[in-house]
Design a binder for this molecule. Structure first.
Ligand code: TYD
Length: 221
């Protein structure tokens, strides 16, 4: 029997993982695959995904906002999510489409609940309200050791301008990013049916094949 995390006829798939895990590339590849297979699919991301949510995104990630307290951060991510869910995600799954989203509530749990230390219960409660109860049917979690992920993130950019191009979250110390990764692994243990963990150190084509296998079996369930 198909178990969905919402009451709509479409599918909601999210990608999660620490910095440098390759989510954006793999989620884009999955979208292209699903489109070719005839699905009505949209690719989106958080924080952002609508004009209002994109404005909130720039407040959250601006390096000028170093004074932002964890509670403010949690609510800003949630505010961006509420707008995104109502304006983009629900309308598309309501008409039977597939939404592929780069980051969603598990990011708030890994970063704000576990790494910032706000706590699982509090952040979960806020998510219930911000998402109107809509959750992903399937989450692909790309796992990567912290040092390797951060290294990849910064190497993708201009190596001479590492400091200048990092956003407020990426500038957090390595301990913070370790807690993010541990947080993700805890979440995967809590919800093994929904969250599928893949090793992001494998070759991109191997990871892609595994993702297609997991998604196909979900969509045909
Ligand atoms: P982004 O540039 O979208 O990063 P990435 O390419 O890593 O997905 O930046 C989003 C940052 O915000 C990233 O560091 C993760 C963080 N984040 C949270 O802390 N909580 C959240 O709920 C979300 C959606 C993202």
């Amino acid at each position: 029997m198909t178990v969905k995390n919402h009451n709509y006829k479409g599918w909601f798939i999210t990608f999660e993982g620490p910095e440098g895990s390759g989510k954006s590339t793999q989620s884009q590849r999955l979208c292209d695959y699903l489109k070719k297979a005839g699905h009505d699919v949209i690719m989106t991301f958080e924080p952002g995904g609508t004009p209002i949510a994109n404005q909130i995104r720039s407040i959250i990630l601006s390096r000028e906002n170093v004074k932002m307290v964890p509670c403010c951060e949690m609510f800003l991510y949630a505010a961006s999510r509420a707008q995104h869910v109502s304006e983009v995600i629900i309308p598309h799954i309501e008409k039977g489409g597939v939404v592929v989203c780069d980051r969603f509530t598990d990011s708030s749990l890994a970063y704000q609940a576990f790494a910032r230390g706000i706590g699982y219960e509090t952040v979960s409660q806020v998510q219930k309200y911000a998402t109107y109860g809509v959750g992903p049917d399937l989450t692909i979690m790309l796992d990567i050791p912290t040092e390797i992920g951060l290294d990849r993130t910064f190497k993708k950019r201009n190596p001479n301008k590492i400091e200048k191009s990092a956003d407020r979250m990426e500038l957090e110390n390595i301990e913070f990013h370790r807690k993010v990764r541990d947080g993700y692994l805890k979440l995967a243990q809590m919800e093994p049916d929904r969250i599928k963990v893949l090793n992001a150190e494998e070759a991109p084509d191997e990871i892609y094949k595994k993702i297609i296998g997991i998604v196909e079996s979900k969509l045909s369930s």
